[in-house]
Write a protein that binds this ligand. Structure first.
Ligand code: PMP
Length: 369
C-alpha cells in the first residue's frame, strides 16, 4: 500500500438516521447533519425514477449528452463545457488527477475547508497547501496567492463556504482569478458553488450565474442540495472546453447511472419544488438564527442551507452537546474534523425539524446547567 494511503484519514460523513435509531433505540430521529434538501426528493424526479426503473438493465448513454445539453441551457454555456459525475466529489477528484503530477505538483486550499480537496490531493500524491481563514471566517485571498509557486496546479475556493456559510461578492472572486492568472498561468481556480442556490443574491455572488467565466476558472455544482438528489449522486463542473474534454476522457465510462440522469433532468424541470425549497431554506435559516441566538449561541451569518454556531458560555463542550442531541434523536454536525472542536453546524430542516432541534438544544442546555 502506498505511503499516502497508509497514512490517510478518510472523509468523515454525517451520521445516518439508521445508526442512531439502533444505537439509542429511538423510533424518531431527525438528521440535520449533511446539508440535504429539507423537503426531500423533487416529486417530478421520483416519478422519473419510477418510470425509468425498467430501463435499468441498459448502460447509460455514453457522455450523458441530454444532461449536458440541459445544463448548458441552464447556465447558458456550450454543453461541451459541462462534465457530469457521481457527485461533484467525482469532478473534484478528476480535476486533481487530470491536472496535478503526483509527487511534484501542489494545490492550494483553506484551513478549514471542505475536506475532500486535501484528502483527494493526498490520495493522488499532491501536497495541499492550506491558508488559514481569517478570524471572522472570511477568505485571505492574498495569503492563498502567496502559497502559489510554479508547481501549483489548482486553487480551491468554496462559495458559499462550508462550514461557515461565508460568501464573498463575485467581484472578489473575479479579482482572485485575475491575480492568479497573472501570477500562475498554469493554475486552475476551482470555484465550488455547491450551495450557491441558497445565497441571498446568487447573481451578485456567482461568476457562473452572472455569465462572467474567467478562462482560468472551473465551477462546481451539485444536485445534492437545492435539487434534493444527494442519494443518487450527481454533480457537475462548468469548465474551460479543452479541460472538460480531458475530464471526459479520464472519467469512468458510466459513473452517472441512468436513474440519476433521468431524476436530474426531471428535477431541473420541477420549478414548484425549486421555489418551495428556496422558501423553506430562507425561512428556516432565519428561524434557526433567531432561535439559536435566543438560546445564547453565537451564530455566523450564512448564505448556505446550514448554520455554524458556538454554544453559550458555561454550556457543556460541543462534543458533549452533540452526543446529548443524539440521545434526543437529533443528528447535527460536530466540526472536530474541520479542526473546529468548539463549533457545531446544523442544516436547515423543514419547519418541524427546526422546532424539534431548537427544543432539544434548549433541553440539553437546561438539563446540563
Ligand atoms: N462541495 C462542498 C463544499 C460540499 O459541502 C459538498 C457536499 N458535502 C460537495 C462539494 C459534494 O457534493 P456532492 O454530493 O455533489 O458530491
Amino acid at each position: 500500500v502506498r505511503a499516502e494511503i497508509a497514512g490517510l484519514k478518510p472523509y468523515v460523513p454525517g451520521l445516518s438516521i439508521a445508526e442512531i435509531q439502533e444505537k439509542y433505540g429511538l423510533a424518531q430521529v431527525i438528521k440535520l447533519a449533511s446539508n440535504e434538501n429539507p423537503l426531500g426528493t423533487p416529486p417530478l424526479a421520483v416519478a422519473a425514477v419510477r418510470r425509468h426503473a425498467e430501463g435499468a438493465f441498459r448502460y447509460p448513454q455514453g457522455g450523458n449528452p441530454r444532461l449536458a445539453a440541459a445544463l448548458g441551457r441552464r447556465h447558458q454555456v456550450d454543453p461541451a463545457q459541462i462534465v457530469v459525475g457521481n457527485g461533484s466529489d467525482e469532478i473534484l477528484d478528476l480535476l486533481i488527477r487530470v491536472l496535478a503530477v503526483p509527487g511534484r505538483d501542489n494545490l492550494v486550499c483553506c484551513r478549514p475547508c471542505f475536506s475532500i480537496y486535501p484528502i483527494q490531493g493526498q490520495i493522488c500524491g499532491v501536497e495541499a497547501r492550506r491558508q488559514p481563514l481569517r478570524e471572522d471566517f472570511s477568505f485571505d485571498f492574498d495569503g492563498m496567492l502567496n502559497l502559489v509557486d510554479q508547481h501549483t496546479r489548482l486553487m480551491f475556493v468554496t462559495t458559499p463556504d462550508n462550514p461557515s456559510g461565508y460568501c464573498p461578492p463575485r467581484a472578489d472572486v473575479a479579482r482572485l482569478a485575475r491575480e492568479l492568472a497573472a501570477r500562475a498561468p498554469q493554475c486552475l481556480l476551482v470555484v465550488d458553488e455547491a450551495y450557491m442556490d441558497f445565497a441571498p443574491d446568487p447573481a451578485g455572488a456567482s461568476l457562473l450565474e452572472s455569465g462572467e467565466l474567467p478562462e482560468n476558472a472551473a465551477f462546481m455544482r451539485t444536485f445534492s442540495k437545492q435539487y434534493g438528489l444527494a442519494g443518487l449522486r450527481l454533480g457537475y463542473g462548468v469548465l474551460p472546453r479543452e479541460l472538460a474534454d480531458y475530464l471526459w476522457r479520464a472519467r469512468l465510462p458510466f459513473s452517472v447511472n441512468i436513474l440519476a440522469e433521468e431524476a436530474a433532468l426531471a428535477a431541473l424541470e420541477d420549478s414548484a419544488f425549486y421555489a418551495a425549497t428556496q422558501e423553506a431554506v430562507h425561512t428556516g435559516r432565519d428561524t434557526l438564527t433567531v432561535g439559536l441566538t435566543a438560546l445564547g449561541c453565537t451564530v455566523w451569518s450564512s448564505a448556505a442551507n446550514f448554520l455554524m454556531f458556538r454554544l453559550p458560555e458555561g454550556a457543556p463542550a460541543a462534543a458533549v452537546c452533540f452526543e446529548e442531541l443524539l440521545r434526543r434523536g437529533v443528528i447535527i454536525r460536530p466540526l472536530t474534523s474541520y479542526g473546529l472542536p468548539d463549533l457545531l453546524r446544523v442544516s436547515v430542516g423543514d419547519a418541524r425539524e427546526n422546532r424539534v432541534f431548537l427544543n432539544a438544544l434548549d433541553d440539553v442546555l437546561t438539563a446540563t446547567h
